[in-house]
Design a protein around this ligand. Structure first.
Ligand SMILES: CSCCC(=O)C(=O)COP(=O)(O)O
Length: 177
């Protein structure tokens, strides 16, 4: 936990020094400022979440919270019925499903392993996170294609990213938003 808070603190210092509007510092903890530190951490996390920031400090903290939340049963992923129908259909057609997310592989497994439709990990043939490369880099998509041994033209990348910034557009894979 302390390491995750330190990452958030360092990120906050960077954000404040770069003059990002809304960024706040997280003070070092002492015997008499515990509540102030807690408040600053919550404020910083909420600010980062408000624009869905994909950065290490936030994702590490997310992984920490998710681990305790999903394992204790306090958290459960809600999955629409048609997702299960689609994945069953793809399985029947022997279409392999992989995940590539800014969330860490361990976070992906927690999320899909603890859903209201049960453990969904059986549907996935592999997991990728930004250790393969940033989602903004074309090479990440090419590396994934290499890893899974499938030609780019035979891959369909499903995304909710409507900004179209990601370089999968140049990686010659098919995209569905
Ligand atoms: C799938 S586990 C983590 C989900 C998450 O925190 C997230 O930011 C999703 O980012 P993505 O790159 O998959 O859009």
């Amino acid at each position: 936990m302390k390491e995750n808070i330190q990452l958030l603190r360092e990120q906050a210092m960077k954000d404040v020094s770069e003059g990002l509007a809304g960024a706040n510092l997280i003070p070092e903890e002492t015997a008499d400022n515990v509540d102030e530190v807690k408040k600053a951490i919550i404020q910083s996390i909420e600010w980062q979440m408000s624009f869905d920031r994909k950065i290490k400090a936030l994702k590490s903290f997310q992984g920490y919270i998710w681990k305790s939340g999903f394992i204790s049963g306090e958290l459960e992923t809600v999955v629409y019925n048609d997702v299960i129908e689609a994945m069953n259909k793809w399985k029947d057609f022997e279409i392999k499903i992989f995940i590539y997310s800014s969330g860490s592989v361990s976070a992906q497994k927690l999320l899909f392993g603890h859903s209201d439709k049960g453990n969904l990990l059986k549907y996935f043939s592999g997991y990728f996170d930004t250790t393969i490369g940033s989602k903004l880099e074309k090479d990440s998509y090419l590396n994934i294609a290499k890893h899974i041994g499938v030609e780019q033209k035979d891959i369909v990348f499903l995304s909710d990213n409507v900004k179209g910034k990601f370089n999968y557009r140049n990686a010659l894979i098919n995209i569905m938003i």
